[in-house]
Design a protein around this ligand. Structure first.
Ligand SMILES: *Cc1c(COP(=O)(O)O)cnc(C)c1O
Length: 391
């Protein structure tokens, strides 16, 4: 073994001892929410493909046709030679959905956040963000070189205090998730837009989870606040079912990002087939509200399931955080569910705070009634085991 490997091995051992070790599972795709893992069929109650669009026949077909026409990769970054009309068509559509002048594509939601924040904020600025912002927003703030100030989750009074004290910075950039990815709760956009206006800050909202899910036609959580939000970022990899990210903003800000956002400038542009698939997915989101109806019906079923089995928690979103506390308990619970044929991974530090380990249960439009009965039965038995007979 290489001597330096000892260091890494010891650190990995430390993770294992603290129940924080992670490993990749290899799943085989079966129909709907079913997968095969180690020869055994399991049902997913995780993932973010809220409307099942990743395998929707129309989306798959659009992908295939575009791949036939344009090939697989785009060949270069947009500013070099990798931009074609389907990029622009998708950007136009996203701008229309988000009711902003322009949109700009990135190769992932993660990169969209890096690009939007690190592209617009710099050393003379301050980035003010919610404690539970997604990792990509935190990384983006660090990358920007701006000072970073964090306010406790949804504590907008504290946020206002920070804004009051930050008059010396050139720009104040206020950043939030619209739907918080590990808790499923929503930011107060009314309050944030008020703060933005009062303190003349730039407001950036990451609408990753809400796009396709919230809003009358699936526009996202920023519906009706668009003109008070400077930048809306998001992903094509959740409800839209593919891969890629975007920012939507005024023409000037998008133009600025094209010239300053390094994840845009220095990364190969999205494969045309993914753009065509995302475009088709956006049309489906608009024209088939029954997908969202099915999703919300399943959200109700999951709520009932959790109520009945004694897990006290409510969620207004398809994300249900079943907080268990200790990392070890979350791991054991996830394992018990797995033995019962249900896949819900344990979410632990550093994704969430230490001692706030949880099961992050998500539902989508493809879950069937019997899936909930199965999950409910297992949950009830786990509740007894975890809380009456601590593992
Ligand atoms: C998933 C997620 C991202 C990253 O999007 P990808 O397309 O997966 O890179 C960014 N922000 C939030 C809030 C997310 O949940």
């Amino acid at each position: 073994m290489n001597p330096s490997d000892t260091f890494f091995q010891e650190r990995l051992e430390h993770l294992r001892e603290n129940d924080l070790y992670r490993k990749i599972r290899s799943l085989e795709m079966l129909e709907g929410n079913l997968r095969r893992l180690d020869g055994k069929e399991v049902l997913l109650f995780c993932g973010n493909d809220y409307l099942g669009l990743s395998r929707h026949p129309r989306v798959v077909r659009a992908f295939q046709v575009a791949a036939g026409e344009y090939g697989v990769g785009s060949g270069a970054a947009r500013l070099v030679a990798g931009g074609i009309s389907v990029h622009e068509a998708l950007e136009k559509k996203i701008a229309a959905v988000k009711r902003k002048e322009k949109a700009l594509l990135f190769s992932a939601g993660y990169l969209a956040n890096l690009g939007a924040i690190a592209g617009l904020a710099t050393h003379d600025d301050v980035v003010i963000m919610d404690k539970l912002c997604h990792a990509s927003l935190i990384d983006a703030a660090r990358l920007s070189g701006a000072q970073v100030r964090i306010f406790p989750h949804k504590n907008y009074e504290r946020c206002e205090e920070i804004l009051k004290l930050s008059g010396a910075f050139k720009k104040r950039v206020l950043v939030t998730d619209s739907v918080f990815s590990m808790d499923g709760d929503l930011a107060d956009l009314k309050e944030l837009t008020r703060l933005k206006q009062t303190y003349d800050a730039l407001l950036i909202v990451d609408d990753a989870h809400a796009t396709g899910v919230l809003g009358k036609e699936g526009q996202g959580a920023c519906e009706n606040w668009e003109d008070k939000i400077d930048v809306i970022t998001g992903t094509l990899s959740k409800a839209i079912g593919g891969l890629g990210g975007f920012m939507a903003a005024s023409e000037i800000l998008v133009d600025y990002a094209v010239n300053h956002a390094r994840p845009f400038i220095f990364a190969t542009s999205l494969p045309p087939a993914l753009c065509a698939a995302a475009l088709e997915a956006l049309y489906i989101i608009e024209s088939e509200p029954e997908l969202r109806d099915r999703l919300w019906k399943n959200v109700g079923r999951m709520q009932q399931c959790l109520d009945k089995s004694g897990f006290e928690m409510t969620s207004g979103f398809p994300i249900f955080p079943v907080i268990l506390g200790e990392e070890k308990i979350a791991l054991e619970t996830s394992k018990t569910l797995m033995e019962g044929g249900i896949l819900v991974p344990a979410i632990r530090y550093p994704t969430v705070a230490k001692g706030k380990a949880r099961l992050r249960v998500t539902v989508n439009s493809l879950h069937r009634e019997e899936d909930f009965s199965k999950f409910g039965r297992l949950l009830a038995s786990i509740k007894k085991r975890v809380f009456l007979d601590p593992v």
